[in-house]
Design a protein around this ligand. Structure first.
Ligand code: ZN
Length: 458
């Protein structure tokens, strides 16, 4: 019996697609290739995931788990020898509890579906990122997603209260904790959050919800220097008393990119400043919140921390400002982008960027460089665009130039995208030998045969 037939016996006829069935399915966002695998299994619940994994385990077949395929580090790549377990049919929101302020979901629910489902309850699920419509909550947990509001609410890790996971032998670990505080022994869920499918398959989650904000103030400001940028972060965060929810910085070249044709965005302030910041505050009292927001900007202007500012006056302004920051797809116009999500201490950031500019000019010749990111979290997205015909040869050089100095500066090769296959060679830039040794020990303990997402991270 071949793999497809055998798996159909486990999860039913419609639960399994053959290699031919998936040959035209895209391998993911920004990917030119299509899916390859022995079979793609679409379980409906944890029990079916468990049976699938048990069959694969007993037959020595490696497994790659798929969520929304919006990852950027080749963390979900499968080969023709592997079986894909896709959670696309596990889309049930099982419970929204407005008293306990939690949601219980299956792992295939998209981020946006949960955001929209909790709203009528006056609640919010504050994780937010550009791929919200496709990215799944299981994938968000497996990769510990970050996004735009980490400065206020933390990363996915901070929103997961409990989870259910199928282990490498097919057994089920149900750890569906609903408590905010549960300090009884090891926090097992955190072993699986950010493990990129290498330690288990997350099938259900208990997620923490927050009260829905009823005021939103947004501005785009121009900033004269990097020093002013770091002072502005302290000034704004201090002045807003806890309501700062985004501090998204755009270097000049990125701001010009998203506010000039063919981009549809218009520049809210002039294009000749070195830095721009999208500042957002979420609160509960529209009028006093707006007054406080504007006062914080005015005092920043007086202190020369900002040189110009545009404050959103309407919902359409707020959307337009956010749309500029989110218009990342402009980086594919006219060339091929190499995309990074590095972390750095704020004190090292300016020097790192200066050095990188110099090293790229000397090392790879003609290119375009864009930098933007979640500065409040020390997270920069560095994008280097080169001509398509040079992409394959230049890519390793660019990676070496971006990652190489990070160790010296105390940075990280991944702030939020994870390691996957893409950054595996560079893991030792920001993790010590003993850290990597313990990671291997955990992998060995939980997946001794190495059948879960083989070759990723380690
Ligand atoms: Zn990001």
């Amino acid at each position: 019996m071949d793999t497809v037939e055998a798996l159909r016996a486990v999860v039913g006829e419609t639960g399994v697609l053959s290699a031919a069935d998936i040959a035209t399915r895209s391998a993911g966002i920004l990917r030119p290739d299509t899916l390859k695998a022995r079979a793609l299994v679409r379980p409906r619940d944890t029990g079916e995931v468990s049976k699938t994994v048990r069959w694969c385990h007993d037959n020595g077949v490696p497994i790659v788990t798929h969520g929304g395929l919006t990852g950027l580090v080749h963390g979900a790549d499968a080969s023709p020898e592997e079986v894909i377990v896709s959670l696309e049919r596990m889309r049930a929101i099982e419970l929204i509890d407005p008293v306990q302020r939690i949601a219980v979901v299956q792992a295939g629910v998209t981020l946006q579906a949960l955001q929209e489902a909790v709203e009528p309850h006056g609640l919010s699920f504050p994780l937010d990122l550009g791929a919200r419509g496709s990215a799944t909550l299981g994938g968000n947990a497996a990769t510990n997603a970050g996004g735009n509001r980490v400065i206020r609410y933390g990363m996915m890790r901070d929103m997961v209260l409990g989870l259910e996971v199928v282990l490498a032998d097919g057994s089920i670990l149900s750890s569906m904790n609903r408590l905010i505080k549960n300090n009884a022994g090891y926090d097992l869920k955190q072993v699986f959050v950010g493990s990129e499918g290498t330690l288990g398959i997350i099938t259900r989650l208990v997620l923490r919800l927050r009260e829905k904000p009823s005021s939103q103030d947004v501005a785009i400001v121009a900033v004269p220097s990097f020093e002013a940028l770091t002072k502005l972060l302290k000034h704004i965060d201090g002045s807003l008393g806890g309501s700062l929810s985004a501090f998204e910085v755009m270097w000049q070249s990125f701001y010009r990119l998203v506010t000039s044709p063919p981009a549809r965005g218009k520049p809210p302030v002039g294009q000749d400043h070195p830095y721009y910041v999208l500042i957002e505050s979420l609160g509960a009292n529209p009028k006093p919140d707006s007054e406080r927001f504007v006062a914080a900007l005015e005092s920043a202007l007086e202190a020369k921390l900002i040189s110009d500012a545009a404050v959103a006056q309407s919902e359409s302004d707020r959307r337009a400002f956010w749309a500029l920051r989110d218009d990342v797809m402009q980086v594919v116009v006219g060339g091929m982008p190499v995309v990074f999500d590095i972390s750095l201490p704020l004190a090292a950031m300016e020097r790192y960027v200066e050095d990188l500019r110099r090293d790229l000019s000397a090392g790879i010749g003609e290119h375009r460089l864009w930098i933007f990111g979640h500065l409040g979290d020390g997270n920069l997205h560095v994008i280097v665009q080169v001509a398509p015909q040079d992409y394959m040869t230049l890519r390793p050089k660019i990676e070496a130039l971006v990652y190489g100095p990070l160790g010296r500066f105390g940075g990280s090769i991944s702030a939020e995208h994870g390691i996957g296959l893409e950054k595996k060679p560079y893991l030792s830039v920001c993790r010590s030998e003993s850290e990597i040794a313990l990671m291997r020990l955990i992998k060995k303990a939980l997946d001794p045969e190495g059948i879960l997402n083989p070759g990723k991270i380690l």
